[in-house]
Design a protein around this ligand. Structure first.
Ligand SMILES: [Fe+2]
Length: 386
């Protein structure tokens, strides 16, 4: 996150002696990104974070690819993903490329039996259904419907859910995810024309410090493998940290829409970016107010981006027969647009209640077997006039 945060106890000067009440040293860790050229935090542990006792297992969790090269517009019924007890098992990759994966999950149980760390991907978790607490070694974040949770690579976490009824839309990104650069000044501060600002971003405020030795299992994801690593001290043993690299939450309901006299293009909805994709939030807003405006979008060509829309709630103005929890994929190279009748239907409407998350990837997405199972098989013909 491009601003400074401090939590817990830290010494007045970095890389100097910082001692426990018994006189021994706390263990300092520089938690850096992009070859120590990117964002970083300095973390102070009760114990050395390097104490690997055993690497028990390594297994591959790469999704099976059903379609390596796809030219079909797809509608995936996301809520057909079956709920599963275990958090990691519940995560089903439906679309993927070498930069990112789009994952749907319906976990029923809190993750408490082990810890999880994704070493080479940031995770952006959108909470469609459910509430609870994301617990990390850098502090905890309460979450509820509509929250984005941004978990930078390397953050060890567990997750508590309040009930069994949870639906998550996850972007796992091999490229770092940032707030859009054009909304920041040269110091990194979010500018006045940004649709959200620092006050809307929730930082960890509660730090769990466990001064505990023993055997602690961390499932570590590296590439498409999980390594089951046993550590000799509790992964949540941090007494304090400061820096720019930490998990945070942002609610889609705090995104302030940008509107205009005529139809505004998708970039006005942009919420996050990486160098491989953008994430946009479509939120309830007033429609265009030019006297001859057409609120529904025009046909458009994603010549060089695949477009993933995840429908969260409300009416989706440009689509017929779209339900919450569904994903549409509009592949690069062919135009798409409003369904027959949608443009006329939109004229005269003054506002929309739609809520959706869009991910536009710059490389094409492959469709996995889990993804293709959700397809209705006919969506690509839905623009035909009868
Ligand atoms: Fe589109």
């Amino acid at each position: 996150m491009p601003f400074y945060h401090k939590l817990g106890k830290i010494p007045p000067k970095r890389h100097t002696q910082f001692r426990k009440p018994d006189g021994s040293l706390y263990s300092e860790q520089l938690f850096g990104t992009v070859g120590f050229d990117g964002m970083y935090s300095n973390i102070y542990h009760e114990y050395r974070p390097t104490q690997v006792k055993e690497i028990k297992k390594q297994y591959n969790v790469a999704p099976k690819i059903a379609r390596a090269n796809n030219m079909e517009s797809l509608r995936l019924k996301g809520f057909d993903i079956k709920p599963e007890k275990d958090y990691l098992n519940s995560r089903k990759t439906v679309l993927t490329n070498s930069d990112c994966s789009i994952i749907l999950a319906a976990p029923q149980e809190s993750l408490r039996d082990y810890f999880y760390k994704n070493t080479n991907a940031d995770e952006l978790i959108f909470i469609h259904k459910g509430s609870g607490k994301l617990r990390t070694f850098l502090g905890n974040l309460d979450f509820k419907y509509g929250d984005y949770l941004l978990i930078p690579r390397g953050v060890i976490y567990q997750i508590d859910f309040d009930t069994e009824d949870n639906r998550l839309f996850i972007v796992e990104s091999r490229r770092p995810i940032y707030t859009p650069k054009r909304y920041r000044n040269w110091f990194g501060q979010l500018l006045e024309h940004s649709p959200y600002c620092e006050r809307d971003i929730r930082k960890p405020q509660e730090l769990e410090t466990n001064d505990e030795k023993g055997e602690f299992l961390i499932k570590v994801k590296k590439g498409e493998d999980i390594f089951e690593m046993v550590y000799a001290s509790h992964p949540f043993d941090v007494v304090g940290y400061d820096g720019y690299n930490f998990p945070y939450a942002f609610s889609i309901h705090d995104f302030e829409p940008i509107t205009g006299r005529i139809h505004q293009p998708p970039p006005v909805h942009q919420t996050f970016e990486s160098d491989a994709f953008v994430v946009c939030s479509f939120v309830p807003r007033l429609y265009d107010y030019h006297p001859l405006s057409i609120p529904a979008p025009y046909n458009h060509s994603n010549i060089d981006s695949d477009e993933v829309l995840y429908y969260v709630d409300g009416d989706f103005m440009s689509r017929n027969d779209i339900e919450a929890g569904q994903i549409t994929l509009h592949p690069a190279g062919i135009p798409h647009g409003p369904h027959p009748g949608a443009a006329e239907r939109s004229i005269g409407k003054t506002e929309t209640e739609e809520l959706a998350v869009m991910v536009d990837t710059f490389k094409p997405l492959q469709v996995t077997e889990d993804g293709l199972k959700l397809s209705d098989g006919t969506y690509y013909q839905s623009w035909l006039e009868k």
